[in-house]
Design a protein around this ligand. Structure first.
Ligand SMILES: [Cu+2]
Length: 269
C-alpha cells in the first residue's frame, strides 16, 4: 500500500471513531439512529413495519439523488465548453425518452407495493385480541376504558391527574376509539402510530407493544384552545404487573365504567 493511501485510511478510521464517540451512543444505537433518519426506534410491532417502509423509501430516494448528482457532475466535466461549435444535439432520442418514462414508473410501482403491503399489516385486526382498550378523546383529555374488566381511567389535568394507560408487553391490544365532541388524534410517538378519534364513529386498530417502558402520548389533531393539555402516559409492563394494576382499579370505586365510556358502545364499528 502506498504511504498516501495508508494515511487516508488511517484518517478515515480516526474520523469514523470520533463520530461514534462524540455522538455518545453505542455502535448499535449509532447504526439504528443513522438508519432511522429522524425516526425513533419503534417500540411496537406495527411501528417496525412503518419504520421499514420509511427507511426503504429514504434509501431509494438517496440512491436516485446520488445517481442524479453523479450524472450532473459527469456531464459538467465531460461536456464543458471546448469550442464555439454547438455540441451534437440529441433531442427526440427515443430510447432515452422511453427510459425517462419507464424507470420512474418502476420506482413508484415498487414504493407503492411496499407501502400497500405495510399498510395492510398495520391495519390488520386479529380475532380474540388479548386486551381491548376503549379510548375516548374529549375536550381536553383522554379516558382509557379497560373493556374486558369494565374499569376506566380519566385524565383530569385541572386536578393534576394525568391519563395513564397501562398495557402488557408483547400482547395484542385492540383499541376502539371515539370522541363526544370534536376530532382528536391518538398518538404514541414511540409506537410510530397515530389514529384519528372521530365523533360518532368507532375507529379500531391493533398494537403489539414490544418493549417495556414509559412513553409519552399526545393528541395529534389541533382540537381547540386546550389541545396542548391532551398529553397522556403509556406504561408498558409485564403481564403480572398489568394484572396487579387492573386488580387495583377494580377495587377503586372511581374507576368504575362511566357515562363518557358509554360512547364506545353506540355508533357502528
Ligand atoms: Cu385533542
Amino acid at each position: 500500500m502506498r504511504t498516501s493511501s495508508k494515511k487516508a485510511l488511517r484518517l478515515s478510521l480516526v474520523a469514523a471513531g470520533t463520530v461514534l464517540l462524540t455522538s455518545g451512543c453505542t455502535g448499535k444505537e449509532a447504526y439504528d439512529n443513522a438508519f432511522g433518519i429522524g425516526w425513533p426506534q419503534p417500540k411496537s410491532e406495527q411501528g417496525k413495519v412503518m419504520y421499514d417502509v420509511w427507511t426503504g423509501s429514504v434509501a431509494a430516494a438517496a440512491a436516485v439523488g446520488l445517481a442524479m448528482y453523479v450524472l450532473i457532475a459527469l456531464t459538467v466535466i465531460r461536456d464543458r465548453k471546448k469550442t464555439e461549435e454547438l455540441p451534437r444535439q440529441v433531442s427526440y432520442n427515443l430510447p432515452i425518452e422511453v427510459l425517462y418514462t419507464v424507470v420512474p414508473f418502476v420506482i413508484i410501482a415498487v414504493l407503492f407495493f411496499y407501502t400497500a403491503v405495510g399498510e395492510n399489516k398495520v391495519n390488520k385486526l386479529t380475532p380474540n385480541p388479548d386486551v381491548t382498550i376503549g379510548v375516548v378523546g374529549f375536550q381536553w383529555n383522554w379516558q382509557f376504558n379497560y373493556m374486558d374488566d369494565k374499569v376506566q381511567v380519566t385524565g383530569e389535568p385541572a386536578k393534576g391527574q394525568e391519563a395513564v394507560l397501562v398495557l402488557p408487553v408483547n400482547k395484542r391490544i385492540k383499541f376502539i376509539e371515539t370522541s363526544p365532541d370534536v376530532i382528536h388524534s391518538f398518538w404514541v410517538p414511540d409506537f410510530l402510530f397515530k389514529r384519528d378519534v372521530i365523533p360518532g364513529r368507532l375507529n379500531a386498530f391493533e398494537i403489539k407493544p414490544t418493549e417495556k417502558g414509559t412513553y409519552t402520548g399526545r393528541c395529534a389533531e389541533l382540537c381547540g384552545e386546550k389541545h396542548d393539555r391532551m398529553n397522556f402516559v403509556v406504561k408498558v409492563v409485564s403481564q403480572a404487573d398489568y394484572d396487579t394494576y387492573i386488580a387495583g382499579l377494580k377495587a377503586d370505586p372511581n374507576a368504575a365504567a362511566n357515562e363518557l365510556g358509554a360512547a364506545l358502545v353506540t355508533g357502528d364499528n
